[in-house]
Ligand binder design. Structure first.
Ligand SMILES: Cc1cc2nc3c(=O)[nH]c(=O)nc-3n(C[C@H](O)[C@H](O)[C@H](O)COP(=O)(O)O)c2cc1C
Length: 390
């Protein structure tokens, strides 16, 4: 079973992750992981924090001589901002600590601040926001980079693009090749494959900047090359669509998920929604009339691209803050403001890629198993042979 955990606070020493269950013998490149961390930090609309951090991964267990050895992989990513917070968030209490704390007593609507303070019984929201922050997703992206590396051994790629910022929407379909060139860009604006639409998206972000507001949007993750039959129809918790939905909605600020063209389908007749089935005799394989199902039918991959979209609410911290209440005085007060992003949809796409890659790698290993890459490959090839002869 492939499983991972993360630890770390937004302004703590570092972020930590462990990943257990990857087979031995997978070639690992730190550059490839760092490239994913860099991609998570890009996009027009990010706040000052991303200028401080240049994330770099350290692997301290589970990888030797550039390959996995089958044992748990332990990852560390240092927080450069920690040097500014050593007296605010020390592990051991220090003299005069009370004066150094940066309490957040005016909870921000849309954040974990209020519910978390009440639940964990803290007089202010500092410890809550430290962990609720999306800084945690840095660790997820590092783990996702390992999952992607694993999947790439079997010809499976996972990428994303932005299809909506505010009310501006990309209406056309994209090809896998377009997503590959998008992912190779050295400058990221809003992660949209269409320059004209991207310009209009930028105008929306500019408007949010001008008015002290924030803006959300929609990203789409595409998994290309997945074999037919990952996940299963047999139980509620083995359905891959449900597992992907949980992984995407577990992301900070993601409030909705769409598999394929779900929203459009819900507003259409069935005859226009289902993907017709055909057979190519020369190539001896089934083909489909379209991919509106997003590559998933009955909770299983069907051999088409897997398409999963995440709907991101606008960032909750506003430069022009919303009404709140001071936790100490219980008097009305404007919500706290701490340096913040204005739009994070492209970054969310990269995090979405990581989550999809992790879930696909889990489903892959459940189906094919293998303690070493060679064993997993043999099992996979045996299944491919079965599918070819079906
Ligand atoms: C990549 C990314 C960056 C984010 N940056 C910020 C930020 O700078 N300020 C902020 O208030 N919220 C930010 N958020 C959103 C919050 O993390 C999120 O809204 C918060 O944890 C509340 O959780 P919920 O929205 O999932 O309920 C970010 C989210 C993502 C995905």
């Amino acid at each position: 079973m492939l499983r991972f955990e993360t630890a770390g606070e937004s302004h703590g020493e570092c972020l930590v992750a462990t990943l257990t269950g990857l087979p031995a013998g997978i070639p690992i490149s730190l550059d490839a992981i760092n490239r994913e961390l860099w991609r998570r930090q890009q996009g027009y609309g990010r706040g000052g924090r991303m200028k401080i951090e240049t994330d770099r991964v350290e692997i301290v267990a589970g990888v030797r001589h550039s390959q996995t050895i089958g044992s748990p992989i332990a990852i560390i990513i240092q927080n450069k901002d920690w040097k500014n917070w050593t007296e605010t968030l020390p592990v051991e209490d220090i003299d005069g600590a009370e004066d150094k704390k940066k309490p957040v007593t005016r909870p921000r609507p849309g954040h974990a601040d209020l519910a978390g303070s009440i639940k964990y019984n803290f007089p202010d929201a500092r410890y809550i926001l430290e962990r609720a922050s999306a800084r945690e997703t840095t660790a997820r992206v590092a783990v996702g980079a390992l999952a992607k590396t694993f999947l790439s051994q079997f010809g499976i790629g996972v990428l994303s693009h932005v299809i909506g910022v505010g009310s501006v929407r990309l209406e056309r379909q994209t090809s896998w090749e377009e997503l590959v060139s998008l992912s190779e860009k050295e400058e990221v604006l809003l992660g949209c494959v269409d320059d004209e639409i991207e310009k209009r998206m930028k105008e929306v972000v500019d408007q949010a900047y001008r008015t002290g507001d924030t803006v959300g949007g929609v990203f789409e993750v595409v998994a290309h090359g997945a074999p037919v039959g990952l996940g299963s129809h047999i139980t509620w918790d083995s359905r891959l669509d449900g597992r992907l939905a949980q992984a995407i909605v577990s992301m900070q600020a993601v409030k909705g998920v769409e598999v394929g063209f779900a929203a459009e389908g819900a507003a259409s007749f069935g005859s226009r929604v289902q993907d017709t089935i055909h057979y190519n005799r020369e190539e001896r394989r089934f083909t489909r009339g379209a991919n509106r199902a997003g590559g998933l039918e009955g909770g299983m991959t069907n051999g088409q691209d897997v398409l999963v979209r995440g709907l991101l609410k606008p960032i909750s911290t506003l430069r022009r803050p919303l009404e709140s209440v001071d936790l100490g005085t219980r008097e009305p007060a404007l919500a706290a403001y701490e340096r913040s992003d204005v739009c994070v949809v492209p970054a969310a796409g990269v995090i979405g890629e990581a989550m999809v890659a992790i879930v696909l790698a889990q489903a892959f290993l459940e189906k094919f198993g293998g303690d070493s890459l060679g064993e997993a490959r043999r099992n996979f090839e045996g299944y491919r042979e079965q599918v070819r002869n079906f």
